[in-house]
Design a protein around this ligand. Structure first.
Ligand SMILES: [Zn+2]
Length: 212
């Protein structure tokens, strides 16, 4: 994207910048481009890691689906797939890294007092329109940790849904957790993300279902 993130950064110390530079680079490949959210996420994760200190097992909770989860996946062993990162769809630019056993964590969130000194960052965070993403990304990297606050948090015990035995759905015939009942979540109407398929059998079955 042609942004030079080499040290024009004032708030990020030279050593921090050196540490983060590879993540800014990798982030471009991983995320598609270095978005403002990813840049901020990288700064936030780095900050949280430093305050939390070395831990054997770290878990993460991210409070937005946008951009920040990719920073966590890039910089920690927590990924969506391994279950060590939970993603909340709260629309909040915040994250917590915590010790998986002790449940003590560090939550990083925006420091609005400081952010108000950076009008472009403020507008971007408030989802103002017409924002030059490269410009705001540069501003975020310059501002660095100064626009972040942190607090210690105690994470509520969290258990992943146990792998329950599977059963075959009586409508679509696919396996699904038996705990959901006779029908899978799609067939019982609780969840859906595709409205139709080219599977004639399914259409027939669905018609049968609605007429029975
Ligand atoms: Zn089904």
């Amino acid at each position: 994207m042609g942004i030079s993130h080499q040290v024009e950064a004032s708030q990020l110390s030279a050593s921090t910048m050196k540490r983060l530079q590879p993540y800014f680079e990798q982030g471009k490949d991983f995320h598609g481009y270095l978005s403002p959210g990813l840049a901020l996420g990288i700064i936030m994760v780095d900050f949280a890691k430093e305050i939390l200190g070395p831990r054997n097992l770290v878990s993460a909770v991210v409070e937005t689906k946008a951009c920040i989860p990719d920073a966590v996946q890039l910089m920690t062993s927590c990924s969506y797939g391994n279950g060590w990162m939970r993603v909340k769809d709260w629309g909040k630019v915040a994250l917590t890294l915590y010790d998986k056993h002790e449940l003590n964590g560090i939550r990083i969130f925006p420091n609005w007092e400081e952010i108000k000194k950076h009008s472009l960052i403020e507008r971007w965070l408030m989802r103002g329109g017409n924002i030059d993403k490269e410009e705001v990304t540069k501003d975020i990297i310059k501002a660095g940790r100064s626009i972040c606050s942190w607090q210690r948090v105690r994470v509520a015990p969290y258990k992943r849904v146990k792998n329950s035995p599977l059963a075959l759905c009586s409508l679509c015939g696919e396996s699904h957790p038996a705990i959901d009942g006779d029908l899978c979540v799609r067939c019982n109407g609780r969840e859906n993300y595709y409205e139709g398929t080219d599977n004639v059998n399914e259409v027939v079955k669905l018609v049968k279902k609605t007429t029975s």
